[in-house]
Design a protein around this ligand. Structure first.
Ligand SMILES: Nc1nc2c(ncn2[C@@H]2O[C@H](COP(=O)(O)OP(=O)(O)OP(=O)(O)O)[C@@H](O)[C@H]2O)c(=O)[nH]1
Length: 313
Protein backbone atom coordinates (compact mmCIF):
# COMPACT_ATOMS: atom_id res chain seq x y z
CA UNK A 1 0.00 0.00 0.00
CA UNK A 2 1.35 3.41 -0.80
CA UNK A 3 0.53 6.62 0.95
CA UNK A 4 0.51 9.84 -0.98
CA UNK A 5 1.01 13.00 0.94
CA UNK A 6 -0.44 16.26 -0.17
CA UNK A 7 2.48 18.30 -1.50
CA UNK A 8 1.15 21.50 0.09
CA UNK A 9 1.59 19.99 3.54
CA UNK A 10 5.34 19.70 2.97
CA UNK A 11 5.73 23.31 1.87
CA UNK A 12 7.61 25.36 4.42
CA UNK A 13 6.99 29.08 4.64
CA UNK A 14 8.91 31.79 6.43
CA UNK A 15 8.57 35.52 6.58
CA UNK A 16 7.84 38.70 8.45
CA UNK A 17 4.60 40.11 9.73
CA UNK A 18 4.01 43.34 11.59
CA UNK A 19 1.08 44.56 13.58
CA UNK A 20 0.06 48.15 13.13
CA UNK A 21 -2.68 50.13 14.77
CA UNK A 22 -3.22 53.11 16.94
CA UNK A 23 -1.68 53.25 20.41
CA UNK A 24 -3.21 50.78 22.85
CA UNK A 25 -4.78 48.69 20.08
CA UNK A 26 -3.30 45.54 21.60
CA UNK A 27 -0.38 44.91 19.26
CA UNK A 28 2.19 43.98 21.91
CA UNK A 29 -0.22 41.75 23.79
CA UNK A 30 -1.07 39.93 20.58
CA UNK A 31 2.62 39.47 19.76
CA UNK A 32 3.15 37.95 23.20
CA UNK A 33 0.13 35.70 22.87
CA UNK A 34 1.32 34.39 19.50
CA UNK A 35 4.87 33.82 20.64
CA UNK A 36 3.81 32.57 24.05
CA UNK A 37 6.28 34.54 26.12
CA UNK A 38 6.82 38.08 27.20
CA UNK A 39 8.94 39.73 24.51
CA UNK A 40 7.22 43.01 23.76
CA UNK A 41 6.30 45.27 26.62
CA UNK A 42 2.67 46.10 27.28
CA UNK A 43 1.21 48.84 29.37
CA UNK A 44 -2.08 50.60 29.81
CA UNK A 45 -0.38 53.79 28.64
CA UNK A 46 -0.34 54.36 24.89
CA UNK A 47 2.93 54.51 22.93
CA UNK A 48 5.14 52.44 25.14
CA UNK A 49 6.69 50.34 22.38
CA UNK A 50 9.73 52.19 21.07
CA UNK A 51 11.95 49.44 19.84
CA UNK A 52 11.18 47.08 17.03
CA UNK A 53 10.91 43.81 18.89
CA UNK A 54 10.58 40.60 16.92
CA UNK A 55 8.81 37.61 18.32
CA UNK A 56 9.21 34.36 16.42
CA UNK A 57 6.48 31.75 16.04
CA UNK A 58 8.02 28.36 15.26
CA UNK A 59 5.77 25.77 13.61
CA UNK A 60 6.52 22.58 11.73
CA UNK A 61 5.17 24.16 8.53
CA UNK A 62 6.33 27.73 8.98
CA UNK A 63 8.27 30.37 10.79
CA UNK A 64 6.46 33.61 11.40
CA UNK A 65 8.65 36.49 12.50
CA UNK A 66 6.67 39.25 14.17
CA UNK A 67 7.90 42.79 14.10
CA UNK A 68 6.25 44.92 16.71
CA UNK A 69 6.32 48.58 15.71
CA UNK A 70 5.45 51.67 17.71
CA UNK A 71 2.13 53.32 16.93
CA UNK A 72 2.02 55.75 14.02
CA UNK A 73 0.90 59.14 15.25
CA UNK A 74 0.99 62.84 14.51
CA UNK A 75 4.61 63.73 15.32
CA UNK A 76 5.22 66.54 17.77
CA UNK A 77 8.86 65.92 18.55
CA UNK A 78 11.91 64.65 16.73
CA UNK A 79 11.43 61.33 18.49
CA UNK A 80 7.88 61.22 17.12
CA UNK A 81 9.12 61.77 13.57
CA UNK A 82 11.76 59.07 13.90
CA UNK A 83 9.20 56.63 15.25
CA UNK A 84 6.94 57.26 12.25
CA UNK A 85 9.87 56.70 9.88
CA UNK A 86 10.59 53.38 11.58
CA UNK A 87 6.96 52.36 11.18
CA UNK A 88 6.80 53.17 7.47
CA UNK A 89 10.13 51.49 6.74
CA UNK A 90 8.88 48.38 8.51
CA UNK A 91 5.65 48.28 6.51
CA UNK A 92 7.52 48.37 3.25
CA UNK A 93 9.72 45.43 4.23
CA UNK A 94 7.34 42.88 5.70
CA UNK A 95 5.41 40.08 3.96
CA UNK A 96 2.11 40.74 5.66
CA UNK A 97 0.65 43.56 7.74
CA UNK A 98 -1.86 42.95 10.52
CA UNK A 99 -3.96 46.04 11.17
CA UNK A 100 -5.20 45.93 14.78
CA UNK A 101 -8.50 47.60 15.59
CA UNK A 102 -9.91 47.26 19.10
CA UNK A 103 -13.42 45.79 19.16
CA UNK A 104 -14.48 47.99 22.06
CA UNK A 105 -13.85 51.33 20.36
CA UNK A 106 -15.59 52.88 17.37
CA UNK A 107 -13.32 53.40 14.37
CA UNK A 108 -11.92 56.89 14.72
CA UNK A 109 -9.64 59.41 13.03
CA UNK A 110 -6.59 57.57 14.42
CA UNK A 111 -7.60 54.36 12.64
CA UNK A 112 -8.37 56.22 9.42
CA UNK A 113 -5.01 57.98 9.51
CA UNK A 114 -3.26 54.60 9.58
CA UNK A 115 -5.66 52.98 7.11
CA UNK A 116 -4.97 55.74 4.56
CA UNK A 117 -1.24 55.14 4.89
CA UNK A 118 -1.85 51.42 4.50
CA UNK A 119 -3.90 51.97 1.36
CA UNK A 120 -0.76 53.46 -0.19
CA UNK A 121 1.19 50.24 0.34
CA UNK A 122 -0.33 48.18 -2.43
CA UNK A 123 1.90 45.13 -2.62
CA UNK A 124 1.86 43.89 0.98
CA UNK A 125 -1.16 41.73 1.94
CA UNK A 126 -3.16 43.19 4.82
CA UNK A 127 -5.13 41.34 7.46
CA UNK A 128 -7.60 43.31 9.57
CA UNK A 129 -7.47 42.07 13.17
CA UNK A 130 -10.31 43.09 15.46
CA UNK A 131 -8.71 42.83 18.91
CA UNK A 132 -10.00 42.62 22.50
CA UNK A 133 -13.15 40.75 21.50
CA UNK A 134 -13.60 39.65 25.13
CA UNK A 135 -14.64 43.23 25.93
CA UNK A 136 -17.72 43.30 23.67
CA UNK A 137 -20.91 41.32 23.06
CA UNK A 138 -21.52 39.48 19.77
CA UNK A 139 -23.65 42.30 18.38
CA UNK A 140 -21.01 44.94 18.96
CA UNK A 141 -18.42 42.61 17.44
CA UNK A 142 -20.55 42.05 14.35
CA UNK A 143 -20.99 45.77 13.75
CA UNK A 144 -17.27 46.36 14.22
CA UNK A 145 -16.46 43.67 11.65
CA UNK A 146 -18.85 45.33 9.20
CA UNK A 147 -17.32 48.76 9.90
CA UNK A 148 -13.84 47.40 9.21
CA UNK A 149 -15.02 45.81 5.97
CA UNK A 150 -16.53 49.12 4.91
CA UNK A 151 -13.43 51.08 5.83
CA UNK A 152 -11.46 48.81 3.49
CA UNK A 153 -13.93 49.32 0.64
CA UNK A 154 -13.99 53.07 1.16
CA UNK A 155 -10.19 53.41 1.00
CA UNK A 156 -9.58 50.75 -1.62
CA UNK A 157 -7.86 48.31 0.73
CA UNK A 158 -8.52 44.66 0.01
CA UNK A 159 -8.28 42.80 3.34
CA UNK A 160 -6.86 39.31 2.86
CA UNK A 161 -8.80 38.39 5.98
CA UNK A 162 -10.81 40.05 8.73
CA UNK A 163 -10.20 38.16 11.99
CA UNK A 164 -11.61 38.78 15.46
CA UNK A 165 -9.26 37.78 18.29
CA UNK A 166 -8.82 38.09 22.02
CA UNK A 167 -5.19 37.88 23.09
CA UNK A 168 -6.12 38.05 26.76
CA UNK A 169 -8.81 35.37 26.45
CA UNK A 170 -6.64 33.33 24.06
CA UNK A 171 -9.49 33.20 21.61
CA UNK A 172 -8.69 32.73 17.89
CA UNK A 173 -4.99 33.51 18.41
CA UNK A 174 -3.98 30.17 16.87
CA UNK A 175 -6.41 30.77 14.01
CA UNK A 176 -4.75 34.11 13.32
CA UNK A 177 -1.41 32.34 12.97
CA UNK A 178 -3.04 29.84 10.59
CA UNK A 179 -4.31 32.70 8.44
CA UNK A 180 -1.04 34.64 8.43
CA UNK A 181 1.17 31.68 7.48
CA UNK A 182 -0.24 31.12 3.94
CA UNK A 183 0.55 34.78 3.19
CA UNK A 184 4.27 34.20 3.79
CA UNK A 185 6.66 33.27 0.99
CA UNK A 186 7.89 29.71 0.66
CA UNK A 187 11.30 29.19 2.17
CA UNK A 188 13.38 27.67 4.94
CA UNK A 189 13.36 28.96 8.53
CA UNK A 190 15.06 32.33 8.97
CA UNK A 191 16.07 31.84 12.60
CA UNK A 192 17.29 28.83 14.59
CA UNK A 193 14.52 26.91 16.34
CA UNK A 194 14.00 28.04 19.92
CA UNK A 195 14.82 31.68 19.24
CA UNK A 196 11.96 33.85 20.38
CA UNK A 197 13.44 37.18 19.45
CA UNK A 198 16.64 38.53 17.96
CA UNK A 199 16.43 41.70 19.99
CA UNK A 200 19.62 42.03 21.97
CA UNK A 201 19.04 40.98 25.56
CA UNK A 202 20.15 44.36 26.85
CA UNK A 203 17.43 46.12 24.92
CA UNK A 204 14.79 43.74 26.24
CA UNK A 205 16.05 44.21 29.77
CA UNK A 206 15.94 48.00 29.31
CA UNK A 207 12.35 47.70 28.07
CA UNK A 208 11.34 45.70 31.14
CA UNK A 209 12.81 48.36 33.41
CA UNK A 210 11.09 51.13 31.46
CA UNK A 211 7.80 49.31 31.70
CA UNK A 212 8.11 49.09 35.49
CA UNK A 213 9.25 52.71 35.70
CA UNK A 214 6.19 53.89 33.76
CA UNK A 215 3.81 52.04 36.02
CA UNK A 216 2.21 54.25 38.62
CA UNK A 217 3.45 57.58 37.23
CA UNK A 218 0.48 57.62 34.91
CA UNK A 219 0.25 61.32 34.32
CA UNK A 220 3.39 62.88 35.69
CA UNK A 221 5.96 61.34 33.36
CA UNK A 222 4.12 60.04 30.33
CA UNK A 223 6.85 59.68 27.73
CA UNK A 224 9.88 61.24 29.33
CA UNK A 225 11.55 58.03 30.45
CA UNK A 226 14.31 56.22 28.59
CA UNK A 227 16.36 53.36 29.99
CA UNK A 228 19.85 52.31 28.98
CA UNK A 229 21.43 49.10 30.25
CA UNK A 230 25.08 50.03 30.67
CA UNK A 231 26.42 46.59 31.52
CA UNK A 232 25.34 43.00 32.17
CA UNK A 233 28.05 40.79 33.66
CA UNK A 234 28.03 37.50 35.57
CA UNK A 235 29.27 38.14 39.15
CA UNK A 236 32.77 36.72 39.55
CA UNK A 237 33.62 34.12 42.15
CA UNK A 238 30.11 32.65 42.44
CA UNK A 239 29.68 28.88 42.78
CA UNK A 240 28.52 27.30 39.52
CA UNK A 241 25.11 26.34 40.87
CA UNK A 242 24.53 29.84 42.31
CA UNK A 243 25.18 32.31 39.51
CA UNK A 244 24.30 35.98 39.78
CA UNK A 245 24.04 38.46 36.93
CA UNK A 246 24.94 42.08 37.68
CA UNK A 247 22.82 44.48 35.65
CA UNK A 248 23.70 48.18 35.71
CA UNK A 249 21.08 50.44 34.19
CA UNK A 250 20.30 54.14 34.00
CA UNK A 251 16.83 55.63 33.91
CA UNK A 252 16.91 58.91 31.97
CA UNK A 253 14.41 61.66 32.56
CA UNK A 254 14.09 65.03 30.86
CA UNK A 255 14.10 67.51 33.72
CA UNK A 256 15.55 67.71 37.24
CA UNK A 257 12.01 68.26 38.57
CA UNK A 258 11.09 64.73 37.46
CA UNK A 259 13.75 63.14 39.62
CA UNK A 260 11.64 63.24 42.76
CA UNK A 261 8.74 61.56 41.00
CA UNK A 262 10.77 58.66 39.74
CA UNK A 263 12.76 58.16 42.96
CA UNK A 264 9.84 58.68 45.35
CA UNK A 265 9.93 59.45 49.08
CA UNK A 266 13.16 58.08 50.54
CA UNK A 267 13.80 56.21 47.28
CA UNK A 268 10.76 54.00 47.82
CA UNK A 269 9.46 54.25 44.27
CA UNK A 270 12.75 53.50 42.56
CA UNK A 271 13.22 50.55 44.88
CA UNK A 272 9.80 49.27 43.86
CA UNK A 273 10.64 49.72 40.16
CA UNK A 274 13.86 47.77 40.77
CA UNK A 275 12.13 44.90 42.55
CA UNK A 276 9.40 44.58 39.92
CA UNK A 277 11.64 44.75 36.89
CA UNK A 278 14.21 42.44 38.48
CA UNK A 279 11.56 39.73 38.76
CA UNK A 280 10.73 40.10 35.06
CA UNK A 281 14.39 40.14 34.05
CA UNK A 282 15.06 36.99 36.04
CA UNK A 283 12.11 35.29 34.36
CA UNK A 284 13.35 36.40 30.95
CA UNK A 285 16.99 35.40 31.38
CA UNK A 286 16.47 32.45 33.73
CA UNK A 287 19.12 33.54 36.21
CA UNK A 288 19.15 35.45 39.51
CA UNK A 289 19.91 39.11 38.96
CA UNK A 290 21.36 41.94 40.99
CA UNK A 291 19.91 45.13 39.56
CA UNK A 292 21.67 48.44 40.07
CA UNK A 293 19.48 51.35 38.99
CA UNK A 294 20.50 55.00 38.63
CA UNK A 295 18.51 58.03 37.62
CA UNK A 296 20.03 60.72 35.42
CA UNK A 297 18.72 63.85 33.76
CA UNK A 298 19.23 64.07 29.99
CA UNK A 299 17.82 67.48 29.29
CA UNK A 300 14.94 67.44 26.77
CA UNK A 301 16.21 64.20 25.26
CA UNK A 302 13.15 63.79 23.05
CA UNK A 303 14.10 66.88 21.08
CA UNK A 304 17.86 66.48 20.94
CA UNK A 305 19.32 64.41 18.05
CA UNK A 306 22.58 63.74 19.92
CA UNK A 307 20.84 62.46 23.02
CA UNK A 308 18.41 60.40 20.94
CA UNK A 309 21.32 58.63 19.27
CA UNK A 310 22.94 57.94 22.61
CA UNK A 311 19.70 56.48 23.93
CA UNK A 312 19.43 54.20 20.92
CA UNK A 313 16.83 55.96 18.76
N1 LIG B 1 -9.46 42.77 27.59
C1 LIG B 1 -8.42 42.75 26.76
N2 LIG B 1 -7.45 43.66 26.88
C2 LIG B 1 -6.42 43.63 26.02
C3 LIG B 1 -6.33 42.66 24.98
N3 LIG B 1 -5.20 42.90 24.28
C4 LIG B 1 -4.60 43.96 24.87
N4 LIG B 1 -5.33 44.41 25.91
C5 LIG B 1 -5.00 45.52 26.83
O1 LIG B 1 -4.93 46.73 26.10
C6 LIG B 1 -3.86 47.55 26.58
C7 LIG B 1 -2.91 47.91 25.46
O2 LIG B 1 -2.31 46.73 24.97
P1 LIG B 1 -0.88 46.73 24.24
O3 LIG B 1 -0.67 45.37 23.73
O4 LIG B 1 0.16 47.35 25.11
O5 LIG B 1 -1.18 47.74 23.03
P2 LIG B 1 -0.22 48.27 21.88
O6 LIG B 1 -1.05 48.38 20.67
O7 LIG B 1 1.00 47.41 21.79
O8 LIG B 1 0.14 49.70 22.45
P3 LIG B 1 1.34 50.71 22.03
O9 LIG B 1 2.62 50.08 22.49
O10 LIG B 1 0.98 51.91 22.82
O11 LIG B 1 1.26 50.94 20.57
C8 LIG B 1 -3.21 46.76 27.71
O12 LIG B 1 -3.74 47.21 28.93
C9 LIG B 1 -3.62 45.32 27.41
O13 LIG B 1 -3.69 44.55 28.58
C10 LIG B 1 -7.39 41.69 24.86
O14 LIG B 1 -7.41 40.79 24.01
N5 LIG B 1 -8.40 41.79 25.77
Amino acid sequence: MSVRTDSSSTTHRAGFACFVGRPNAGKSTLTNALVGTKVAITSTRPQTTRHTVRGIVHRPDAQLVLVDTPGLHKPRTLLGERLNDIVRATWAEVDVIGFCLPADQKLGPGDRFIAKELAGIKKTPKVAIVTKTDLVDPEQLASQLIAVDQLGKELGIEWSEIVPVSAVGDNQVALLADLLVPLLPEGPALYPEGDLTDEPEQVMVAELIREAALEGVRDELPHSIAVVVEEMLPREGRPENKPLLDVHATVYIERPSQKGIIIGPKGARLKDVGTKSRRHIEALLGTPVFLDLHVKVAKDWQRDPKQLRKLGF
